[in-house]
Write a new protein. Sequence first.
Length: 172
Amino acid sequence: MTMASHWRLVALLLFLASGSRNALRAAVGHPLLVTQVPVATGGPSEPGPAQGVAPGFFDKARLVLVEPGGNVRLLAAGFSAACDPNLHYDGDRILFAGKKSQNDSWAIWETRLAGGEPRRVVEAGQDCRNPVYLSSLFTLNSPQPWYTIAYVGRDPTLDERGLGAVLPARSP
């Protein structure tokens, strides 16, 4: 990162922190991909072990694209919750974690920034979050590259600290 781009980034972060919509419009010449989290009085009450926020904090989150003119466009309409966006290298699509209804598990979805219906990429019967695009995998026995992603999934029997194990019942 050059010194000029570093200072532009610092200026952008300061504008974002100030909350000034006009300053943001002046500073940003590109669309911004943003996860909006509902305003809660007092914020998260108790941090969760992995995210640093209360469990369920992202349950009403949504993904939006803030365009340079200040227009805001919802990217995952019809979802109960959507967060953790990851922009593809070509800049035309994103991966995200989403729940169609509040009782669903988190699944990994992909959608195009130009619009269209999101498609489910991963549903593992567990909460899947934090998706990222990885580089394409080229092999000698396949004429096309394999497109790969990674994500974090929660094992329903253990938390990230290894606690809460559900052990099978033993016979006497």
